[in-house]
Design a protein around this ligand. Structure first.
Ligand code: SF4
Length: 77
């Protein structure tokens, strides 16, 4: 099981995550990254999923490293 987290407070609206992984990421009306289908916890988006799809690629593409990926509870990115 994977968990993807975006710390939205740090998002610079660069759009890289959306470019790399539009299946999971989009910029919202305020141009802040949003994980499609996620739940909002404080100002973070969190999504638990069996298939990380392109989430790891998106995390690697984030210039300010605010996309985190956990696999079975262990942070891998
Ligand atoms: S790549 Fe990072 S900084 Fe850029 S829009 Fe996505 S979450 Fe925000």
């Amino acid at each position: 099981m994977f968990k993807l987290v975006v710390e939205r407070d740090g998002c610079t609206s660069c759009g890289s995550c959306e470019d790399v992984c539009p299946e999971l990421f989009e910029l919202d009306e305020g141009s802040i990254a949003h994980i499609i289908g996620s739940k909002r916890v404080d100002n973070n988006d969190e999504l638990e999923t069996e298939d990380e799809k392109c989430g790891i690629d998106a995390a690697e593409s984030c210039p300010v490293m605010i996309i985190h990926v956990y696999e079975d509870g262990v942070e891998i990115l």
